[in-house]
Design a protein around this ligand. Structure first.
Ligand SMILES: C[S@@+](CC[C@H](N)C(=O)[O-])C[C@H]1O[C@@H](n2cnc3c(N)ncnc32)[C@H](O)[C@@H]1O
Length: 221
């Protein structure tokens, strides 16, 4: 069975009319992802489907605005990752991991607590002809990486507790987020913002299309 069919099968019991298709992302150097069909009628979910979507959200079916913005930045500035070991925290579809691998990273680790997300990362790596390693528990990382990316993970305020651990685990940290407008955390600073979009389009307000780039680094002693 193809990766698209396997991923579609994983959601079929919950979302009756959903399909997972390969989509070429705009302005991403031909990067493709398996995503939810964009004609999926998400405003007409049954109560059971809505319950599933709210309680066990399959984030990997979407390319979130922050992940798309981060992937574009990596592909436009490959020197950020070239020859480096990279970790994509909260990988979802693995869009950032795949972009880093395409841009010439030496090793790429896709980290997510959702097993289906890791399956999607692996499938998306195959789709793009690149390699990514999979990690289901950030605290099992047993090495320091060069660059850690975390795109659209701060929607869950509990994830803010990871910010110091990211600096322990990586020489450089990039956080991209459209929900958190002004992050104040030691060793992190906001650098700039760009407009982006979630795919398939969720018709989000413009304020959720404006993605902030935060950069973190701890001075080495
Ligand atoms: C909104 S999605 C973003 C996905 C992707 N980075 C993007 O921008 O398209 C957030 C992802 O973070 C993952 N996540 C949330 N908490 C996590 C944790 N503690 N460790 C690893 N992954 C986590 C979720 O399972 C989900 O796949």
């Amino acid at each position: 069975m193809s990766d698209a069919a396997l991923l579609t099968q994983s959601i079929a019991p919950f979302l009756l009319h959903a399909r997972i298709n390969a989509v070429t992302l705009p302005d991403c150097a031909g990067l493709q992802l398996y995503l939810l069909n964009d004609d999926f009628p998400h405003d007409a979910l049954s109560p059971e489907e809505m319950d599933w979507a709210l309680n066990e959200p399959s984030y990997w079916m979407f390319c979130w605005a922050s992940g798309l913005a981060q992937a574009r930045q990596i592909l436009q500035q490959p020197e950020l990752v070239r020859g480096k070991t990279v970790l994509d925290f909260g990988a979802g579809s693995g869009v950032v991991a795949v972009a880093a691998a395409k841009a010439g990273a030496k090793r790429v680790i896709s980290c997510d607590i959702d097993p289906l997300s890791l399956q999607a990362s692996a499938a998306n790596a195959r789709l793009n002809g690149v390699q990514v390693e999979l990690l289901d528990d950030f605290f099992q990382l047993n090495e320091r990486v060069d660059v850690l990316f975390a795109a659209d993970v701060l929607y869950d305020s509990a994830n803010r507790s990871f910010l110091p651990a990211f600096l322990d685990a990586a020489n450089e940290v990039w956080l991209t987020d459209s929900r958190v407008k002004s992050l104040t955390a030691p060793h992190y600073q906001r650098l700039y913002s760009v407009m982006s979009e979630t795919l398939p389009d969720l018709n989000e307000f413009d304020e959720f299309r404006l993605v902030n780039f935060y950069y973190g680094r701890r001075e080495q002693s």
